[in-house]
Each structure stands twice: as structure tokens, then as C-alpha cells.
Write a protein that binds this ligand. Structure first.
Ligand SMILES: [Zn+2]
Length: 160
């Protein structure tokens, strides 16, 4: 009977931990799509053959269909973390949010003049214009969600 009680307590603690983890992750951030037009995702998160490199590698974000120059919006309220350029992402912007989340917007043609590292942005505030800079076969918005530096599938976190 004592052993049974211990087992029961263990199971309750274990299962409540699991619930708490799932609860805190799925409720820690809610995102709105960072584009204005109808949402069409050309490429999802996960393994794929890279369209430029033709090798299989993990796609660390999702690609939205956009027109060149379409406005890009912050997916949640936060603070500008980084504005940069590299050969892969092209012009890109990162916004830091609560609970260790960061969103990244890449392949941009232009980052809004008022974006500076450290400034606060509202959810759905325009931050950039979409484009085709960096390593891409066309005009897309490559969007990433990172948790503690690791890319995770953003599709799980959209409220709309
Ligand atoms: Zn992409």
C-alpha cells in the first residue's frame, strides 16, 4: 500500500510536470502572421532539399509567398535585437520577445529606417519590406522562430 502510494505520487508529479511544460511552451508566445496578404506558405519547417544548394538540410523557418516590396510586420511585440546582412539570409532583422523567444525576418529588400537595435516594436508594426536578398530562388519572406537560440516550428504558435 505504501509502495502503491509512492508510485501514485510519482505518477502525479511526473504527469503534472509534462502538462506544465507543454502549457508553458505553447502559451509562452502567440504570433500573428508577418504579412498582410493572404497567407500562402511555400516551404514549411523541417528537412528539405535546399532549392539553391540541392542538398538535403533542415529548413529553419517557413517561407511566405510575397511580392517584392510587400510590407513585413512584427509577429509579436518585442524589442529589435539585430539588423544585419549575410549571404544566406540577405538583409535580415531579429526581434526579441518575452520568455527567450526571437523572431527573424530574412530575404528582405529593405529594413525600415526607424528600426534600431533596442527599440520597442508593437505586434503587427511594419518593420521591413520583403525582397529577394541573400540565397533564395525568388522573392519570399523567410520567417523563423527561435527559442533559446534553437529554431522551432513557428506554425504551432500562430493565433490566427
Ligand atoms: Zn526559408
Amino acid at each position: 500500500m505504501v509502495l502503491y502510494s509512492y508510485l501514485l505520487v510519482f505518477l502525479i508529479i511526473f504527469s503534472s510536470d509534462v502538462d506544465k511544460t507543454e502549457y508553458s511552451v505553447s502559451n509562452a508566445i502567440s504570433l500573428t502572421h508577418p504579412i498582410q496578404s493572404e497567407v500562402q506558405i511555400l516551404s514549411g519547417f523541417g528537412k528539405r532539399v535546399h532549392p539553391v544548394l540541392q542538398t538535403e538540410r533542415k529548413h529553419t523557418g517557413i517561407d511566405y509567398r510575397v511580392e517584392f516590396g510587400d510590407p513585413v510586420f512584427s509577429a509579436a511585440a518585442g524589442e529589435v535585437l539585430k539588423i544585419s546582412y549575410d549571404n544566406s539570409y540577405g538583409h535580415y532583422l531579429e526581434i526579441a520577445h518575452d520568455n527567450g523567444f526571437v523572431t527573424r525576418y530574412a530575404q528582405l529588400s529593405e529594413i525600415s529606417d526607424d528600426m534600431k537595435v533596442g527599440i520597442s516594436v508593437d505586434e503587427s508594426q511594419q518593420v521591413a519590406l520583403a525582397g529577394n536578398s541573400g540565397q533564395t530562388t525568388g522573392t519570399i519572406l523567410h520567417f523563423e522562430l527561435l527559442l533559446d537560440g534553437q529554431a522551432i516550428d513557428p506554425i504551432l504558435f500562430f493565433e490566427n
